[in-house]
Design a protein around this ligand. Structure first.
Ligand SMILES: Cc1cc2nc3c(=O)[nH]c(=O)nc-3n(C[C@H](O)[C@H](O)[C@H](O)COP(=O)(O)OP(=O)(O)OC[C@H]3O[C@@H](n4cnc5c(N)ncnc54)[C@H](O)[C@@H]3O)c2cc1C
Length: 340
């Protein structure tokens, strides 16, 4: 049995920064992430440019994720990908973490950093639609360039749909937005931008069927019903932004149930401690007054969670790690960096 000091469930920004900070505090650290890649929901918007992370120049989200991963690896934590945590129980003083594959992990403390849970896009409920996912039916955009000079139909009326429609304006030949309701819920500024570019909106409109071209591999036309009338629209690509289903796979044994808010969020009892000693929370999963659901907020949470995990394991430990600018740990690394 390999026992870790800190096991972090979730490899998004909160989990990654927790791993860095946990290494800084000399704790034996593991991250468990259900997806095949680290980065959490920042991977949903890889090409968006982030401006609001302190001290960083504006950069694309995908670059930001790479930076976070590099930093998280500073002290070589153990990283388990494709691993979904399902159950946590406590035996004696040790947390026993079981995954969906039946693997068991052992840890003195846990930092829950699962954000909004496992996000699965809400798919089109049309028979056979899934076969087009290999070609021109999309649930997110991983690279704008593949939409250059294309006619793209975007379905959805929320921020997800409108943000992508605005991004597509820079490359696509034509963007058409359809929404099943009368009232768009996206930010007014995004709606205005689309209107200024002459984007066609179809309200009270729903995709009725996808009509494939002769080789049956890609969508050629979309049949749309609007107020009882069916329209056939030729498309090169279809982007569905109907939101996400949240899968909450992580559960705790009855004797270690942390207090929740709205049946989901972990209530922080000060400094990212949950109501269960030894279980901490960081990032979007935690709830407390004045919580900031931004990347910068995840970093503060991570520091608090790790420092408290450290003091839980060793009550005599310092409250904080030595600041990096004066921390001996970086002496050798600094020499190498400064040489470069
Ligand atoms: C479209 C969009 C744009 C945004 N833009 C900005 C911005 O410009 N600036 C900003 O500051 N913030 C922005 N945010 C918010 C920011 O992305 C989040 O605050 C941040 O990602 C939260 O990080 P997290 O680590 O708490 O959660 P997440 O990023 O959600 O990461 C949680 C991780 O836990 C994993 N996980 C969940 N359940 C399990 C399980 N049972 N087992 C194993 N792993 C599990 C998930 O797969 C995921 O990788 C944006 C958010 C969205 C959706």
């Amino acid at each position: 049995m390999e026992l870790f000091d800190v096991t972090i469930v979730g490899g998004g920004p909160a989990g990654l920064y927790s791993a860095f900070y946990s290494g800084l505090r000399d704790l034996k650290t593991k991250i468990i992430e259900v997806q095949p890649v680290l980065g959490g929901k920042v991977n949903i918007y890889p090409e968006k440019v982030l401006w609001d992370v302190g001290g960083l120049p504006p950069m694309q989200a995908q670059q930001f994720v790479q930076n976070l991963i590099m930093q998280a690896n500073t002290f070589s934590p153990t990283i388990c990908l494709n691993t979904k945590v399902e159950q946590v129980k406590k035996q004696d003083d040790i947390f026993v973490i079981t995954t969906s594959q039946g693997e068991v992990h052992y840890s003195k403390t846990i930092i829950v950093a699962v954000g909004g849970g496992i996000l699965n896009p809400i798919k089109l409920e049309l028979e056979g639609a899934e076969k087009y996912e290999m070609t021109n039916l999309h649930y997110t955009i991983l690279g704008l360039e593949s939409f250059r000079n294309k006619k793209v139909l975007v379905s959805g009326g929320g921020n997800g749909a409108f943000d992508w429609a605005v991004e597509l304006l820079s490359v696509a030949k034509e963007v058409v937005v359809i929404y099943r309701k009368e009232q768009i819920t996206a930010h007014e500024s995004q709606v205005k931008k689309l209107k200024e570019h002459g984007v066609k909106f179809m309200l009270n409109a729903e995709i009725q069927s996808l009509v494939s071209n002769e080789d049956k591999k890609a969508i050629d036309y979309v049949a749309i019903s609007q107020n009882g009338v069916t329209h056939q629209i030729q498309v090169d690509d279809v982007l569905i932004c109907h939101g996400y289903n949240r899968e909450i796979s992580l559960s705790f044994d009855d004797n270690i149930q942390p207090q929740r808010k709205d049946d989901y969020y972990l209530v922080s009892h000060g400094q990212c401690k949950t109501s269960v000693p030894g279980i901490f929370g960081a990032g979007d999963i935690v709830s407390y007054d004045d919580k900031v659901n931004l990347l910068v907020g995840t970093f503060q949470d991570a520091v608090l969670a790790v420092n408290n995990a450290c003091m839980y394991i060793n009550p005599g430990a310092e409250k904080y790690a030595m600041v990096s600018s004066h921390n001996d740990k970086f002496e050798e690394k600094n020499k190498e960096l400064l040489k470069k």
